[in-house]
Structure formats: C-alpha cells, structure tokens
Design a protein. Structure first.
Length: 307
C-alpha cells in the first residue's frame, strides 16, 4: 500500500468573528493545498507504470508536486517562468527535483514543459487542469462536511481554476450544491471574474499583481463551464487588501500566507461583517512562495498601517 502524503486539515473559528471559519490548507506539508491533488495524480500515473514527470509552475504547484514525487521516489522536472521567486526555486530543488527557468510568464513555461514532455517521453502533469487533481482537492469539502454544519458561503482564491473545480465536485458529492461560492482574485489577475461577467472565457493581456500564485492569464475551460451550474459570486480585491488580510491572519495565527491566499482572507472578513447571521468558510489555500523579507517589502509598498 502506498502511503498517504497529504493530510486532513482542521476547520478553525476566527478569533474575531464567530460566523467566520477557516479551512486550514496552509497546514499541508508544503504550506498549500497542492499536495492533495498532486498525490492523487502521481499515484494514478504510477499505477500505469509511469515514474518520470514534468510540470510547469509559478511556485506552489511545482513545490507540492516535488514533495509528492520525493515521497514516492519518482523523478520530476519543474519548468518555472523568470518571475518565480528564488525562495521557491530553492525549495523545489531541495526536494530533489530539477528546475528549468523558461519564459516571461507561466504560459510560456507551460508551452515549453509540454514540448519537452513529448521530446523526452516524460509524463506531463498540468498544474491545475486535470480531473485527478480536482479529485484530490474535492476532499477539502468532504472534510468540511464532517467537521461542521453546512455553511452559507465558501470563499476561495482562483488562479487557473483547479481548486475551484475540486470544491465544486466536493459540493456535488456532499449535496451542498446550494452553497454560494465566492471566488477571490486580485484586480491585476482577474481572469475568472472577467470571464464570468462576459459569459465566455477571457484571456488577460497581462498580469499585474503581487499575488503571483493566482496569475494565470486564462482559467481552465472546465472550471468556467462548471461554475455556470452553481451559485457563484465572483469578486476582486486590491493587492493592498490582500496583503493587509495576510497581516491580520498572521496576527491571529502566527502563520504567513501568500497574497494569493490573502485575497480570499480579505473577502472572508468583509463578508462575515456584512452577513453576520451566515456561516462563512474561507479556504486558506496558503502558499510558500515568498520569504518574510519579501512579505515585508510587499507590506511597505501596499499598506499604510503598522504590523
């Protein structure tokens, strides 16, 4: 039997808002929800005789996959764009994966990764667009259903749409389909927000946000199509609001998460104050793509308040 790598995470009640709950995916071994999906997809391919993989990533997906591959004893090559933080590149390398730095953004890195997969007969793993990834992420909702009463709203950050697909699948399985899903993005990377409003997939011309972990120019087709069958409230926040939410969360739990996660945290606080009679869950997706020094630089650029 192959060991389990991703771990169950608790649901905590906010220290300041009794109607706000946090699903603590930041407690996963790599600091983000990514190992849940990466474990499922790697085991799937290993069962079919595959043992060498390549992926593209801006950080957390590659780190999560590197952790899974190290634990399962298989090879991995991670292609990252030039915008990827050195701290994340070093973390991926420390887990034994090879790292190539290609392209100005994730899209260019992904094109290269797919070509290399064909040239080297290596198994390509998409960082967010695959049913096996969504299967792993859907377990977040399975756990929530065991840990708490049915909430009124669930808030999550959206980048490429992998977490969103997983959450929607989990809602269906647990007969929680009537819950409102609030999607969180920053204004400079709002691909899902613009697609949902336009009622068709939109590809952004550029990314302009410090929340690099949710910086896909286009969300997956499946996440967009699937969202049309649910009660979705697409929302955006500023970089400033995302960073300030990270600060508030750090003050409560001594846990530092990325601004990509801060987007969801910012909406959680705002909505729990507005809808005081509703139970609201924020999925704390986490993130390990920056150091304390980088965070403080972000904070100085975007906030007028003090730590």
């Amino acid at each position: 039997m192959i060991k389990r790598i991703a771990i169950p995470t608790p649901v905590l009640t906010s220290i300041t808002n009794n109607n706000l709950f946090y699903k603590m995916e930041c407690y996963q071994p790599t600091g983000s929800f990514k190992p849940r999906g990466m474990e499922v997809i790697v085991k799937h391919y290993m069962a079919n005789g595959k043992n060498s993989f390549i992926t593209s990533s801006g950080g957390n997906a590659g780190y999560g996959l590197a952790y899974v591959c190290k634990n399962l004893g298989v090879n991995l090559n991670v292609v990252v764009p030039k915008t990827t933080a050195k701290i994340m590149i070093d973390k991926i390398k420390a887990l034994g994966a090879n790292v190539e730095i290609i392209g100005e953004d994730w899209n260019e890195a992904d094109e290269y990764a797919q070509k290399r997969a064909l040239q080297t007969e290596t198994t390509y793993i998409h960082p967010f667009d695959h049913p096996k990834l969504w299967e792993g992420y859907s377990k977040i909702i399975d756990e929530c259903a065991e840990q708490m009463e049915k909430p009124d709203k669930i808030i999550l950050s959206v980048g490429g749409g992998g977490l969103l697909c997983g959450v929607l699948n989990g809602l269906e399985r647990n007969e929680w389909g009537t819950i409102q899903i609030v999607t969180a993005e920053t204004k400079g990377a709002a691909a899902f927000f613009k697609s949902y409003k336009a009622k068709s997939l939109v590809t952004l011309n550029k990314i302009d946000t410090i929340a690099t972990s949710i910086s896909a120019k286009r969300v997956s087709e499946e996440s967009f199509k699937k969202s049309l069958n649910f009660n979705i409230q697409p929302s955006v926040v500023t970089d400033n609001e995302a960073v300030e939410a990270c600060t508030d969360f750090f003050k409560q739990y001594n846990i530092l998460v990325e601004p990509a996660c801060g987007a969801a945290l910012a909406l959680g606080k705002k909505l729990s104050n507005k809808y005081t009679n509703e139970k609201i869950v924020t999925i704390v997706c986490g993130g390990s793509g920056f150091s304390l020094e980088q965070y403080l630089n972000y904070y100085k650029k975007t906030s007028n308040s003090t730590l």
